[in-house]
Design a protein around this ligand. Structure first.
Ligand SMILES: [Zn+2]
Length: 363
């Protein structure tokens, strides 16, 4: 499977006039209001096309901004793309793969940093589902340090408005139901080969807290609340550390996450409603869950109810899941009615999409 079938994205930027107010907000007024760095409206996820010349980029980004796109999440670095997006009046955020990292350097030098499943198999040697699934273990101090260094390199670039985390979770212990046919797999319960992380560090750390080895002492590890919570918390700690780094640089942090807090915990052990974010971009990709477009609003409402205004939400939609223009509008309107601050889009941004954005630009 192509990795793009699996994902999402996002972006942003920082106008100097708004920065100080945004950053100085106190915990008392930490409810969503004009103090959010993130603007109401549309964001998109994309990978900068380095073959494009600056004139083409300028024309395209000016058009995006005119039609109502407020920010771009860029999957890779490009000073030219970031700068032109900002000149056009949009935010430019850097989208970073967080726990899923298959860079050669890590695989060659630190294979012991990778997550291990309940059968003792490491993602470094045998990635689950697809070859690019190379999940790091969140409990190792070396992993945290490495990710903080990667974040620092991003955040210190003057043209980067903020950091946007993706793949900040465990490997899917259960895949979204629409992928079961793709992999010829039925996952009505958690199974050992997709259940991570049973590395020695995680087992020792959990045992120190609860007096049991999760690999050998738990009869039903999938049902052990403290063992699930331990893993939610280990990811939350990584996010908290990177958020601290973002704060040092006075830049916002956001994340692309699974569609609702409940689905995120159940499928990928991701407890995003408890993260210290400036905005969240749940990937409410209805087709992955075999749901209709109006489910997007329902899922958004699930998250908003849990967040209670701690930080704003942008409902992520996946264009290939829609069959026509009307369905896209249904999805956007359902999210608006739920009360999101904006919508983020993954997919090809053509004139049809730009006109839909223009029509629904007010939030
Ligand atoms: Zn581990």
């Amino acid at each position: 499977m192509n990795k793009r079938d699996f994902i999402k994205i996002a972006g942003g930027g920082m106008l100097s006039s708004g920065v100080s107010n945004w950053f100085k907000r106190s915990t008392d007024d930490n409810k969503i209001g004009d103090n959010s760095f993130f603007e109401k409206g549309f964001y998109i996820w994309t990978r900068p096309n380095v073959k494009e010349n600056s004139k083409e980029i300028q024309q395209r980004y000016r058009k995006y901004a005119e039609k109502g796109i407020r920010g771009i999440m860029f999957e890779s670095d490009s000073e030219e793309h970031f700068s032109i997006a900002k000149e056009a009046g949009m935010q430019a955020h850097r989208w970073m793969w967080t726990m899923n990292r298959g860079e050669r350097y890590l695989l060659d030098n630190h294979p012991d940093w990778y997550a291990v499943n309940r059968k003792g198999v490491s993602c470094a040697e045998h990635p689950p589902y697809v070859n690019y699934y190379r999940w790091l273990c969140p409990s190792k101090p070396e992993v945290k340090d490495y990710l903080l260094e990667q974040s620092r390199e991003i955040l210190e670039k003057e043209y980067v408005d903020g950091i946007h985390l993706d793949y900040v979770r465990f490997c899917d212990v259960i895949l979204a139901v629409n992928l079961w046919d793709t992999y010829d797999i039925v996952q009505q319960k958690e199974t050992p080969e997709y259940d991570f992380c049973y590395c020695s560090d995680c087992r020792e750390q959990y045992a120190r807290l609860y007096g049991k080895d999760p690999l050998t002492d738990l009869k039903y590890p999938g049902q052990q609340d403290s063992w699930r919570q331990f893993r939610y918390d280990s990811i939350t700690e990584i996010v908290t550390a990177i958020a601290g780094k973002a704060k040092d640089h006075k830049k916002p942090i956001s994340a692309a996450v699974f569609p609702t807090p409940e689905i995120a915990r159940r499928l990928v052990r991701q407890d995003w409603s408890n993260w210290p974010l400036d905005a969240v971009f749940p990937m409410i990709y209805h087709g992955f869950y075999q749901e209709p477009p109006h489910w997007i609003g329902k899922a958004a409402m699930d998250g908003l109810r849990v967040l209670r205004g701690d930080f704003p939400m942008y409902a992520g939609i996946f264009l290939p899941d829609f069959h026509n223009k009307e369905e896209i509008e249904t999805g956007i309107l359902s999210a608006k009615n739920a009360g999101v601050r904006g919508v983020s889009i993954f997919g090809n941004i053509d004139d049809t999409i730009l006109n839909i954005i223009d029509k629904h630009r007010e939030f």
